[in-house]
Design a protein around this ligand. Sequence first.
Ligand code: NAI
Length: 267
Amino acid sequence: MATYAISGSASGIGASTRARLEATGHTVIGIDRRQQEVTCDLSTEEGCRRAIGQTLELCHGKLDGLLSGAGVGPPTSAGSILRINYLASMRLLEGLRPALEASGEAQVVQIGSNSTTVTPNVPDDLVDALLNCDGDLDEAIEMLAAFEKPIDTSIAYAATKTAITRWCRRASVSPEWVGAGIRLNVIAPGAVQTPLLEATENDETFGPLMRGLPIPAGRATPDQIADWIVFMLSPAARCAVGSVVFVDGGSDATIRTNDWPRSFTFT
Ligand code: NAI
C-alpha cells in the first residue's frame, strides 16, 4: 500500500480524494489549515516550511504520491490567491520532491483549473511575473492593482493557475522530476460543487458570471473529480508526463472550440 500527501485535504476535492485512497487501504497525510495530520497556514513561507518538515517526518522521507490541491478562489483577496495557489503549491512540490524521488516511482497531481483557458484578459506579463517571482510577489501585486475590484481576484486566480500549470509542465520533463522517476501532471477541473465554488457564487459580482458559464454536462461533484485524480495518482497513469487533463463538463470546448490543438511554425 502506498503513502500519499494531500494539501487541501480537509474539504472538497482534496477530502474526496483522501476518502477514496483510504478506502482502498492507502495511507494519507493530510495538509490543511483545518485539523489534519499537518495543520498549517500555507499562505506564509513559515507555514509552508513547517508543512514540508512535518510531512517529511510523518512519511519517513518517502512518498509514493502527492496531490497539491490547497487553494482559494474569488472573492478572496488577490494577495492570498497569489500566495496560496501559486507560491505555496510550488513550495510544496519543491519541498516534497526528495521524498517523492525516494519512492522511485511517484505520481504527482497539481490541481489547476479551466480558468486558465476560459478567463479572458489575463496578462501574459502577470503569469511571467509569477513564474519569475522567486518568492517576491510585489511586481504581480502591482500589476493586479490596475484591475477593478473584485475582478482583480478572478484575474489573480486564472494567472496563478496558469503559472502553476506552466511551472509543472517545465518541471515535469526535467531530470529532477521524470528523470528521478516522478510523474507530474495537472488536472484542470471546471465548476465543482465545493465550498470554494459556493463562496464565488455567493458574491454579487461573480455569482451571475458563474451562473452564465456554459457547462454542457453540468457541474461536477468533488467525488467525480477525485476519481480522475485517483487514476492520475495510480501506476496506470505512468505514461502521462506534464499533461493537463481538462475535466470541465465541456466549458472549454464550448468557449474555445477551435483554439487547440494548433500547429506551430518550425524555423
Ligand atoms: P475547498 O474550499 O473545498 O478546499 C480547499 C482546501 O484548501 C480547504 O480544505 C482549505 O482549508 C485549504 N486551504 C485553503 N487555504 C489554505 C491555507 N492558507 N493553508 C492551508 N490550507 C488551505 O475547495 P475545492 O474546490 O475542493 O478546491 C481544491 C482545489 O481545486 C483548489 O486548488 C481550487 O482552486 C481547485 N479548483 C476548484 C474548482 C471548483 O469549482 N471548486 C474548479 C477548478 C479548480
